[in-house]
Design a protein around this ligand. Sequence first.
Ligand SMILES: [Zn+2]
Ligand SMILES: [Zn+2]
Length: 116
Amino acid sequence: MKSKTCFSHLGQLLTQYYNEKEAQNAANYINKTHNNDLLPYHCAKCNLWHLSPKNRRTSSQTCNRCTGRDGVKKESYSSKREAHLRANIIYDEQGISLRVYKCKYGFGWHLTKSQF
Ligand SMILES: [Zn+2]
Ligand SMILES: [Zn+2]
């Protein structure tokens, strides 16, 4: 099913999935039949799941010390550049602009929605 709210970075409507399992199954199928490398991700905009090419993923770890407002451990990026890259992808995919800031405990860089 096509999303009504979410576009890819190419401006095409994204396909939406109602849970991670459904998205993962679709990704597996497309990866096999089209020789793609797609990964499911949870969309904060529509609260459903979409697929995104793996090469647009950045590597991140979870921070031991920092949690977001929802209590979930923050993703940590090893360099400022990588954090910015991820922020750009999120902006493309979800229209959410994020700010990059340095972890105060020294675990790399984080992204935040808040503009303090
Ligand atoms: Zn979405
Ligand atoms: Zn941190």
